[in-house]
Design a protein around this ligand. Structure first.
Ligand SMILES: [Zn+2]
Length: 160
């Protein structure tokens, strides 16, 4: 697909080396990782390996794989952070390659400031929410919690 040549998400999916921070979860259709520039602890990105643009481009297998991956990371986040709410969003405005952002509201954000105002801060990468070391640490714990997935065990072998 011609769009794939200029697409960072395609390059990440095709690269021999795992992304910075490693794959948190990966199978033959989707991968979960820390999106560079979004270092909010617990926030991860779930992308399709194939260059598909938007939900309408996903077949049933991709829909199921995306839902399963978001479910796995959401359960792991709930177990590790104690936060039962996990937000998701995906717009595709800057990067059309299918991806969904997934993460919990930071514990320090009071309930009155959650919901839409918090999502806007996440989407605009509010530096007050970022903590690179904590994001990397939590990503490693998520990887441990989820474990290597079928189809791409090599992606996580460096971590074992
Ligand atoms: Zn792509």
């Amino acid at each position: 697909m011609s769009a794939a040549a200029d697409c960072g998400f395609c390059r990440r999916a095709a690269a021999a080396a795992p992304p910075s921070g490693g794959w948190i979860d990966r199978d033959e259709l989707v991968g979960t990782f820390l999106l560079p520039g979004c270092e909010i602890p617990g926030w991860v990105c779930v992308q399709t390996n194939a260059h598909l643009e938007g939900w309408a481009a996903l077949d049933a297998a991709h829909c199921a794989a995306v839902a399963a991956a978001i479910g796995r990371v959401s359960r792991a986040l709930a177990a590790l952070t104690g936060e039962s709410r996990v937000y998701t969003y995906g717009m595709g405005e800057r990067f059309p390659h299918f991806h969904q952002m997934v993460g919990p509201p930071p514990a320090a954000v009071p309930p009155a400031d959650r919901g839409a105002p918090l999502l806007a801060r996440v989407a605009s990468r509010d530096p007050e929410l970022a903590d690179r070391d904590a994001a990397l640490h939590l990503a490693a714990r998520l990887r441990e919690s989820i474990g290597p997935r079928r189809g791409d065990r090599t992606a996580n072998e460096h971590h074992r």
